[in-house]
Design a binder for this molecule. Structure first.
Ligand code: SF4
Length: 105
């Protein structure tokens, strides 16, 4: 995810501070790997972390325009962004916090 992409010492966006991948042993997974570089076991582990993440929707929104890394439950490709948002919109996100300023319809 994004936290590892930020320059060392850069402040995290507010939603990112609550990501399940920014602390604990989970932060050591290959969140910024290029597509295809993470092993199947690593991808599965990251997907499990994302599944319980309270800011998954905000992460998916912020991932738009990213072409690599693991965001909101899947490896990223630039063309996947809209599909991912559609998928999240169709899922039950009632327990997921939307980022400030985002209107979810
Ligand atoms: S959805 Fe996944 S990648 Fe995004 S902040 Fe949460 S744990 Fe990290």
């Amino acid at each position: 995810m994004t936290a590892a992409r930020l320059p060392v010492g850069a402040p995290l966006p507010d939603w990112m501070r609550h990501g399940s991948c920014v602390s604990g042993p989970e932060r050591l997974l290959p969140w910024i790997a290029e597509p295809g570089q993470a092993s199947a076991a690593e991808v599965a582990a990251m997907a499990r972390v994302c599944a319980g993440c309270p800011v998954r929707l905000a992460c998916a929104v912020d991932a738009r325009g990213e072409s690599a890394g693991f965001w909101a439950g899947r490896e990223r490709g630039r063309l996947e962004a809209l599909d991912l948002l559609d998928e999240l919109a169709a899922s039950d996100t009632s327990d997921v916090a939307a980022p400030a300023g985002l209107v979810v319809v």
